[in-house]
Design a protein around this ligand. Sequence first.
Ligand code: 1GP
Length: 238
Amino acid sequence: MIKIYQEILNSKIKGEKLLAILVDPDKVSLDSTSNLIQKINESPATHIFVGGSSFEGNYLDELLLVLKSKIKLPILIFPGNFAQISDNADGILFLNLISGRNPEYLIEQQVNAVPFLEKTNLEVLSTGYILIENGKETAVERVSQTKPLSRKNIDYVAQTAKAGEYMGNKLIYLEAGSGAENTVPCAMIKQVSNIINIPLIVGGGIRSKTEIDNAFTAGADLVVIGTAFENNPNFFEE
Ligand code: 1GP
């Protein structure tokens, strides 16, 4: 049952970097998945994340079923709320929004998710989720009604990440937000990756291969690409 996490840990130990493509169900229609799936299968992605902070549709089950039948990579739900749970994925990032101070996203959503999770075989990966200021308001900020942490106060972000690890999270996710103007600063990635012992995910606003490489070099173990791939499915070929 701890297969996905164990593989992430093994990759970290071996220094093999991981790449997730984020599929936002709001931006994919069920009848247009074949091109998306082909491009994913041709890409260097190692994981697929599926979710969005404002998704309220009812076709998550179906979408996951299609993706799972045609993509061999582990598929993880990246939920915007507790209703975005489906047995048709392999695992779920069980997010704790530890940059925020809204109890709804620190414990209430998680409690409400349990009855849904009990009906699945999903591998649950508890994730300390840290939202970083990027220059403009993002969907996570709006939906969660929390303030991101300052991109200048790196010590406080590192302290938050370490607290997330001490609290038992298995992963830390530094998030600038989907379509972020500025990505998580490399100096921040570096300091956070130095202080934590668990794998580090970084995403939000990454638009080029150079930015992916910079995040890896700074210490990210897994980088997430959403908008750039959505806007250009040939992203990895160019
Ligand atoms: C957002 O980190 C992800 O939750 C990806 O962001 O869409 O900007 O790549 P982008």
